[in-house]
Ligand binder design. Structure first.
Ligand code: NI
Length: 143
């Protein structure tokens, strides 16, 4: 059976610094390069949220988009926009890489989107960097 989906685009601006206390200062510089600059740097992040899938097919439609917009505004944009990601409690023990950011956004949204309709979260960090996560649903749930 085919599955439809819809992707909504959101934006926030935030600062971060790639750094981990698990490495020495020199190792941090080697691993993260200029992203380890002590003064940090900013990105205009784009978040792509895709909903759809089996839950949507049974319900006859995907989640109301106004409701999705509210969830993303409350859970994601207001949390990160014009903030320093390194100061977010969830990043106290994790580096603010795009991989970790997309995982955190997934975790913040997955309980808010009904019926397992959250299919994919993607984060565009720079012109050339794109991260995505499709969750941990079983193969059966996606077929
Ligand atoms: Ni960066």
């Amino acid at each position: 059976m085919g599955q439809g989906s819809i992707t909504r685009r959101y934006r926030f601006c935030a600062a971060h610094r790639l750094h981990t206390d698990h490495l020495s200062a020199e190792e941090n510089r080697v691993v993260f390069g200029k992203c380890n600059n002590p003064n940090g740097h900013g990105h205009n992040y784009v978040v792509l949220v895709t909903i759809g899938g089996p839950g949507a097919a049974r319900a006859g439609q995907t989640m109301d988009l106004d409701a999705l917009d509210r969830v993303v505004a409350e859970r994601i944009v207001s949390r990160f926009d014009h903030r320093d990601l390194n100061q977010d409690p969830e990043f106290a023990v994790r580096t603010t890489t795009g991989e970790n950011l997309v995982l955190l956004i997934w975790d913040l949204l997955v309980t808010q989107v009904p019926g397992g309709q959250l299919k994919k979260v993607a984060v565009i960090e720079t012109r050339d960097n794109y991260f995505e996560y499709t969750g941990s649903a079983s193969v059966a749930a996606r077929s």
